[in-house]
Design a protein around this ligand. Structure first.
Ligand code: Z5A
Length: 211
C-alpha cells in the first residue's frame, strides 16, 4: 500500500468540488484506504469557528489581508489537529480547498500581497503541502449560476462582482501553469460522471508517477 497522500480540490464558485470530493473519497475507500475527508476554512473545531466569522456578513466585512490572516489561523489549527496526524498514521487526506484558495481569492482576486501569502505558507504550512491538487475550471457565469442554485450556501464571496471572479479563475489557472507536477486542471463543464472520470484519471496519473 502506498503511504498517505494529501489531495486538495480547488476552483471558483460552483465548480463542483464538493460533489466530486464525495465521489473521489468513496472510490478511494472502496480500494481499502483510510481517507479523511475535510474542508477549509474549517475541518477542525477551531477552524470551523473561524469559518463562521469569515464567510458570513457583507462582502467588505474583512479586508483581503485580514481574510488572509483568518484563513491561516484556521489552517494552522486544521493542520495541527487533523491533517498532520492523519498523514502521519498513513491515511489519505482529501481537502475541499486549501492554500491555493488563499493565493487565488485573497491574492490574485483580492489584491493581498503575494509575499505575505508566501511567508505564511513557509511558516504555517511548513512541510504540510498537497501532493496533488485538482483545479476545477469552468466559465464564471456557469459557476455562479450553479452556486446560486445550491441550497444553504454562504454568499459573502459569491456576492463579489464578475471582475473578481474572472481574476479568481485566472489566479487558479496561473497556479496550475506554475506547478504542473502538482496541479491538474479539470474541465468542470462536463456531466457529473464525466468530471468524476477526469478526476480519477488525474489522481492516478499524478500519484503513480509522483507518489
Ligand atoms: N476561501 C477563501 O477565500 N480563502 C481560502 O483560503 C479558503 C476559502 C480556504 C468557502 O465557501 C469560501 O471560502 C469560498 C472561498 C473562500 N468562497 N465562497 N463562497 P464554501 O465552502 O461555502 O463553498 P465553496 O467551496 O465556494 O463551494 P462552491 O464553490 O460554491 O461549490 P463547489 O463545491 O465547487 O460545487 P458543488 O457544491 O459541488 O456544486 C454546486 C452546484 O452545482 C450543486 O448544486 C451541484 O449539484 C451542481 N453541480 C456540480 N457539478 C455539476 C455538473 N458537473 N453539472 C451540473 N451541475 C453540477
Amino acid at each position: 500500500m502506498q503511504p498517505g497522500q494529501f489531495i486538495t480540490l480547488e476552483g471558483g464558485e460552483g465548480a463542483g468540488k464538493s460533489t466530486q470530493l464525495v465521489r473521489l473519497v468513496t472510490r478511494l475507500r472502496d480500494g481499502g484506504r483510510e481517507v479523511v475527508a475535510t474542508r477549509e476554512p474549517g475541518g477542525s473545531p477551531g477552524g470551523e469557528a473561524i469559518r463562521e466569522l469569515v464567510l458570513k456578513g457583507n462582502a467588505d466585512r474583512w479586508s483581503p489581508v485580514t481574510e488572509t490572516l483568518l484563513m491561516y489561523a484556521a489552517r494552522r489549527d486544521h493542520i495541527e489537529r487533523v491533517i498532520r496526524p492523519a498523514l502521519e498514521r498513513g491515511a489519505w487526506v482529501v481537502c475541499d480547498r486549501f492554500s491555493d484558495s488563499t493565493r487565488a481569492y485573497q491574492g490574485a482576486a483580492g489584491g493581498a500581497d503575494p509575499a505575505l501569502i508566501a511567508a505564511l505558507e513557509t511558516f504555517i504550512l511548513e512541510d504540510t503541502r498537497p501532493d496533488m491538487t485538482l483545479i476545477f475550471d469552468l466559465p464564471v457565469e456557469v459557476g455562479l449560476e450553479r452556486a446560486h442554485a445550491r441550497a444553504g450556501a454562504e454568499m459573502r464571496f459569491e456576492s463579489k462582482g464578475q471582475a473578481f471572479h474572472e481574476r479568481l479563475r485566472e489566479g487558479f489557472l496561473a497556479i496550475a501553469r506554475a506547478e504542473p507536477e502538482r496541479c491538474a486542471v479539470i474541465d468542470a463543464t462536463g456531466s457529473l460522471d464525466e468530471v468524476e472520470e477526469a478526476v480519477w484519471a488525474a489522481v492516478w496519473g499524478r500519484i503513480s508517477v509522483h507518489g
